[in-house]
Design a protein around this ligand. Structure first.
Ligand code: SF4
Length: 148
């Protein structure tokens, strides 16, 4: 089983109320080969919601007004993973640049549009569990995708 960021499967859970549909990932969900998850909405954050970025040094997730959502999002990650036997996860395909799901890049926390190399909070947790991570782009190019 693989996990996918819910917004990549067309679920409108992004902070701006939109999604980021990747048809091949939606097809995997429809086939039952992938499970869509969104830690930010799983913790009860509304959609739409304030844009959140991860501070590069503190690793805390703030909105532009300085409200700290770190522990709330960590709670969402816990609730997403609780019903899942993570030993059965073969990969996760996560929306890059998100403070939660980004696995290669994240915004740098300055709300200036600059990105840096780094992982969001969910990607970091899955990485610590040894689960291979893909972005929406790298997954479609991977040999992994051709086996599903
Ligand atoms: S937390 Fe992840 S799944 Fe949810 S909207 Fe952000 S990128 Fe998409």
């Amino acid at each position: 089983m693989i996990l996918v960021s819910a917004c990549l499967a067309g679920i409108p859970c992004r902070y701006d109320g939109g999604s980021f549909l990747y048809i091949p990932l939606l097809q995997l969900v429809q086939k039952g080969a992938a499970v869509p998850v969104c830690p930010e909405t799983a913790c009860g954050l509304p959609t739409p919601r304030a844009c959140i970025e991860l501070h590069s040094e503190s690793r805390h997730a703030f909105d532009a007004a300085g409200n700290d959502f770190t522990f709330r999002i960590q709670g969402g990650i816990d609730s997403v993973l609780r019903p899942i036997d993570t030993k059965l996860l073969s990969a996760a395909v996560l929306k890059d640049k998100s403070p939660t799901c980004g696995s290669l890049h994240i915004y740098d926390g300055s709300f200036s549009g600059r990105t840096i190399s780094g992982m969001g909070l969910f990607a970091e947790r899955l990485h610590s569990l040894g689960i291979p991570l893909f972005t929406e782009s790298s997954f479609l190019l991977s040999s992994f995708f051709s086996f599903l």
